[in-house]
Design a protein around this ligand. Structure first.
Ligand SMILES: Nc1ncnc2c1ncn2[C@@H]1O[C@H](COP(=O)(O)OP(=O)(O)OP(=O)(O)O)[C@@H](O)[C@H]1O
Length: 241
């Protein structure tokens, strides 16, 4: 873990992907190099070798040799651990088309080290649930897409229907009637993720032949309840009778 990372509530990390087929065919060179131990990223200006590279510092820097497993363990693990303790957490993947957002969040099955952050979070949460004593968990998932300024429920009955954005004085901003799906296992979560993924708006861009063309938000809602508290409540009710 990079120095001071544990104390930051917002961490910004950068991941560099390998050249794609199109870039290789155009004989492009890598212009990025990374010093992971100092969380630094260097960008050279192509053709200007005499100019010093531009230097940027992040909370974490990952090169083409790094796996999603490593990113999960260093960045996402503490955040998801916080969620299992009742805190809110968000992982926000940002970058131009073809930069590797889906590769990082959704991931691939092979090699296993490149499984995505979302399925790793499912596994992490269900492992916690299995080990927890005297605690009951309710896990629900929702998945929406924002495409051309319109919101769609990727897990709803009518995935093309435009949803409404609302604001509540206590709950904050929310999407009215967004479907929530109770999940009991990692497998069920994966099925829901795949189902929503198939409903996304996709298309071709010059940088990515399988571009998703939209923004999407996958949310895992976790309700945690101590069974001791439940038992006490139940005993109180019995006393009243
Ligand atoms: N770290 C990586 N290692 C190997 N291949 C990668 C890596 N990152 C991305 N790729 C490959 O690059 C291509 C584009 O990645 P991806 O679809 O994840 O981009 P994206 O940012 O989600 O794009 P869009 O916004 O257009 O949906 C994919 O073929 C993906 O497999």
């Amino acid at each position: 873990m990079a120095p001071n990372m544990a104390s930051e509530s917002v961490k910004v990390v950068v991941r560099c992907r390998p050249l794609n087929e199109r870039e290789k065919a155009m004989n492009c060179n890598m212009v990025i190099s990374i010093d992971s131990s100092h969380c630094q990223c260097f960008i050279e200006k192509p053709g200007a070798t005499e100019e010093p590279p531009k230097q940027f510092t992040f909370d974490g820097t990952y090169y083409i040799s790094h796996s999603t497993e490593q990113i999960y363990n260093e960045i996402a693990y503490p955040l998801v651990e916080g969620v299992t303790e009742g805190y809110n957490g968000t992982i926000f993947a940002y970058g131009q088309t073809g930069s590797g957002k889906s590769f990082t969040m959704q991931g691939v099955l092979d090699p296993p080290s490149q499984r995505g952050i979302i399925p790793r979070a499912f596994e992490h949460i269900f492992e916690t649930i299995q080990c927890a004593e005297n605690t009951k968990f309710l896990v629900r998932a929702s998945y929406l897409e924002i495409y051309k300024e319109e919101i769609r429920d990727l897990l709803g009955k009518e995935t093309k229907q435009k949803m409404e954005l609302k604001e509540h004085p206590e709950r904050g901003v929310y999407v009215r009637d967004l479907s929530m799906h109770t999940v009991h296992s990692v497998g069920e979560c994966e099925r829901i993720m795949d189902q929503g993924w198939r409903n996304r708006s996709v298309g071709y861009t010059l940088m990515n032949k399988d571009s998703s063309r939209s923004h999407s938000i996958f949310t895992i809602h976790l309700e945690i309840c101590s069974t001791d508290a439940l038992l006490r409540e139940y005993q109180e009710e019995i006393k009243k009778l």
